[in-house]
Design a protein around this ligand. Structure first.
Ligand code: PMP
Ligand code: GLN
Length: 385
């Protein structure tokens, strides 16, 4: 093509290719074990695949309703009512979306205007700040305290100004693998009381919480539920990250505005997959057994790296295990992640990329949503480093 002849005033001048794409590509190039980008190396349930095939073959292949098919919306609100004792209206308060990334982006685009401030917690999942900036908003950061990644809520209070329009929270948290306690959410609930600040709550790992703890959804806290977009993803729950399916819940006033943007952004999410998910959601065990399934993998991986010089940080949820490498190298995590991929055949994610200014912490993130065979081979490599 001939070159575009004019200067482009980029809306995202600092954004390059995501670290997940970079590391997965590097892993493929070097035939490395890929514990970087978060996705399972095993398939979803054959029953779920069969349901999608069934609905495609039954001819449900045209546009579904804009908010999502009724049986799926009903199944979602029923699950939320059972698990978190919160009651959303399936007609007006839930929308099925093509992935959580989209749900978060659209919630932000729905409300954020130029100059509005959005509180983010660092390290922050990489899509949040660009989603804010595309709408002209300004991310305002509060750092989680290293190494336990706890939050000093007084700092959050200090970060709130008259321009604060929104806050994005994420529990269980990527990349820290930490979870919010009920007390964290109670403090947030009382801090926001009387303000018009809206919360976007990224709960894509809602079913992956370990060691007997409960997932603390904003839905459990009426003072938060009344001001929140709760966003989740079927990708994590059913091992189908490539399907890009998720859902958003919010009080009807917020959801009505969300749908105005949604209908002109994508209009609808994939139809036959929605029918399949609705039917599959009747099997509650599929999501209720997920925490135990991943806890076993976490423990298997931890056992494998026990003899290594890497030092694990707590993984309380998600399918990530962070490992400190202070005892191994002074290198920057970005350099080490690349070197381990090229020279040792194992790919990870450097946690510093989730900060604006890379901190000096020496931490790599490893995804354990993998077969035991993959995890064993990965751990074996790490033990030799
Ligand atoms: N939020 C977090 C914290 C994630 O880790 C991910 C994906 N790994 C997403 C959102 C995106 O989910 P989806 O693939 O459904 O867009
Ligand atoms: N959320 C996944 C991770 O943290 C990756 C998703 C993506 O590649 N955008 O690894």
């Amino acid at each position: 093509m001939p070159a575009f002849a004019f200067e482009i005033a980029s809306k995202l001048p600092k954004v390059g290719t995501t670290i997940f794409t970079v590391m997965s590509r590097l892993a493929a190039e070097h035939h490395a074990i890929n514990l970087s980008q978060g996705f399972p190396d095993f398939d979803c349930a054959p029953e779920l695949r069969a349901l999608v095939t069934k609905y495609i073959n039954s001819g449900l292949n045209q546009y579904p309703p804009m908010a999502g098919v009724a049986p799926l919306r009903e199944a979602i609100v029923e699950k939320i009512a059972t698990l978190y004792d919160a009651h959303y209206d399936p007609e007006t308060e839930v929308t099925v979306v093509p992935g959580a990334t989209y749900g978060i982006f659209t919630a932000i685009a729905t409300l954020i205007r130029p100059g509005d401030e959005v509180v983010l917690f660092e390290p922050a999942y990489d899509s949040y700040a660009p989603s804010v900036e595309v709408s002209g908003g300004k991310p305002v950061y509060v750092q989680m305290r290293f190494p336990d990644y706890s939050i000093d809520w007084r700092e959050v209070q200090n970060a709130i100004t008259p321009k604060t329009r929104m806050m994005v929270i994420n529990t269980p948290n990527n990349p820290t693998a930490g979870v919010f306690s009920a007390e964290d959410l109670r403090v947030l609930e009382s801090m926001l009381r009387g303000t018009d600040i809206v919360v976007v709550s990224d709960e894509v790992y809602e079913h992956i919480v370990f060691d007997g703890h409960q997932h603390q959804s904003v839905a459990r806290f009426p003072g938060l539920a009344e001001r929140s977009f709760l966003v989740s993803s079927f990708g994590k729950t059913y091992h189908v990250t490539g399907w890009k399916m998720g859902y958003v819940l919010a009080p009807k006033e917020l959801m009505a505005e969300f749908r105005k943007v949604h209908q002109f952004n994508v209009f609808v999410a994939n139809g036959p997959i929605q029918y399949a998910l609705a039917e599959y959601m009747r099997d509650r065990d599929a999501y209720l057994s997920l925490a135990a399934f991943y806890q076993k993998k976490r423990d298997f991986f931890l056992e494998g790296v026990k003899g290594s010089r890497f030092k694990p940080l707590p993984s309380r949820g998600t399918f990530f295990q962070n490992l400190r490498y202070d005892a191994i190298s002074d290198e920057k995590d970005t350099d080490l992640a690349i070197r381990l991929t090229k020279e040792h055949g194992i790919a990870s994610i450097p946690v510093s990329v989730f900060y604006r200014e890379p901190p000096s912490h020496k931490v790599l993130r490893f995804c354990f949503a993998k077969s035991e065979e993959t995890l064993a081979r990965g751990a074996e490599i790490l033990c030799k480093i």
